[in-house]
Write a protein that binds this ligand. Structure first.
Ligand code: LLP
Length: 392
């Protein structure tokens, strides 16, 4: 259960729908991740794309994480939020000239370069500005991340990274590029990965390609293994914090690295997902011929994951301790049949005005919201603003 009795009373007074962020859980999650990484000398860049809410970012920055960005605006946001430029990386297959120039001017740590042509453009723009661009080469290692096909990124058929068949030419372009310095190799094979064997296979590929470069006389300072650690969407209360120890331990054991080599990670979801819930109110209940429906005031406009990826989010009543007795399809107000948060969700018998929590919505929730149907801007509430104690 997300809230105790007095918290429930206060929540009832608030205008719905809103994202509720548990800052205590966020801090605890960040601290556990940082401890497990620091112990092994690993560096973690937080992937802003998972959630760039100001309040969350300032907590993440204060805990000593770097920033992994995928647009010029994210780079600028990270800088505005106090992330040191030399702890910012910039990834993405389609960096525009404007975004590259901004990042060169800000002096970010590295570009994660996704194609040979991009390497040439960065070299040219850095030359014009009279600077040297630090780059990591993103290699597509052809690994199946065993996750939803929309969020797998490291297969030959995916658009990401340089295919291994082109590495010879990439290496020669880098050697000739006067305004580019290769600092690292970059990999990212997908998101919401819960099978640790995927990361083990990734280590094997990283070792292989690192050796390939070193055999050709190119020293690699940074091994960036991306993000992708999954969270428990089924049981957020039982597993509110991912097992960072087990995750980092895989890389500690299976990644070959020499003393001068740094290992970088780009975690998004694992750091923020469980700290966020979408709180929504039942507008109407109705029973069709085959179904019972709860029509709630949040829709795919606030949380798009179920409509977009058929993603599962646990749905529970906020202001009740009763046992589930009815199976409801929980649907939003948007004029699309895909605007459904869950089918046949067991819930206590509900009525107009009841509050519902859609859990594990802190990552890829608020940031993917839209104004479709001219909906309101997304609202959010932080645990400390309400003086609420943590849900743990
Ligand atoms: N690094 C790169 C290069 C990425 O593409 C991503 C995520 C990350 C790091 C962070 O991955 P994470 O640790 O959060 O798994 N909207 C989808 C997820 C898309 C992930 C895109 N890339 C969802 O709602 O599940």
């Amino acid at each position: 259960m997300l809230f105790n009795n007095s918290q429930r009373e206060r929540i009832k007074e608030l205008e719905t729908p809103f994202y509720y962020y548990d800052l205590n859980l966020l801090e605890e999650t960040l601290e556990q991740a940082k401890r497990a990484a620091d112990k092994r000398g690993f560096h973690v860049h937080y992937a802003l794309k998972a959630n760039f809410n100001d309040r969350l970012l300032s907590v993440i920055q204060s805990k000593g994480f770097g920033a992994d960005c995928v647009s010029g605006n994210e780079v600028q946001k990270a800088i505005d939020m106090g992330f040191a430029a030399d702890m910012i990386t910039f990834a993405g297959v389609g960096k525009s000239d404007k975004e590259i120039i901004l990042s060169l001017q800000r002096g970010i740590f590295a570009f994660n370069v996704e194609s040979i042509q991009e390497m040439e453009v960065i070299n040219e723009l850095a030359g014009k500005l009279g600077v040297i661009a630090s780059v990591s080469l993103r290699i597509n290692p052809n690994i199946d991340a065993n996750t939803h096909h929309y969020i797998t990124t490291g297969l030959d058929e995916n658009k990401f990274g340089v295919p291994t068949s082109e590495l010879e030419s990439a290496a020669s372009v880098i050697r000739q590029a006067q305004h580019v310095e290769l600092v690292g190799l970059h990999f990212h094979v997908g998101s919401q990965i819960t099978d640790m064997n995927v990361f083990k296979s990734l280590c094997v590929k990283v070792n292989e390609w690192k050796n390939w470069f070193e055999e050709r006389g190119t020293q690699i300072k940074v091994l960036n293994v991306g993000g992708g650690l999954g969270v428990d969407y089924q049981q957020p209360d039982e597993n509110p914090i991912p097992d960072f120890e087990a995750y980092f331990d895989i890389f500690d054991r299976f990644l070959e690295r020499s003393a001068h080599q740094e290992v970088h990670f780009e975690l998004g979801r694992a750091l923020v997902a469980q700290s966020g819930s979408l709180i929504t109110k039942v507008l109407y209940t109705k029973s069709g011929i085959k179904k019972h429906f709860l029509v709630v005031d949040a829709g795919m406009t606030e949380l798009m994951r179920p409509a977009l990826y058929q993603a599962y989010h646990k749905i529970e009543g906020v202001d009740t301790d009763e046992e589930p007795t009815v199976q409801y399809d929980v649907v939003g107000p948007i004029c699309e049949s895909s605007d459904c948060f869950g089918k046949e969700v067991p819930l206590p018998k509900s009525k107009r005005g009841d509050l519902i929590a859609i859990r594990t919505a802190g990552a890829y929730g608020e940031v993917m919201a839209s104004r479709y149907n001219l909906r309101d801007e997304v609202r959010y509430v932080y645990s400390d603003v309400l003086n609420l104690s943590p849900s743990l």
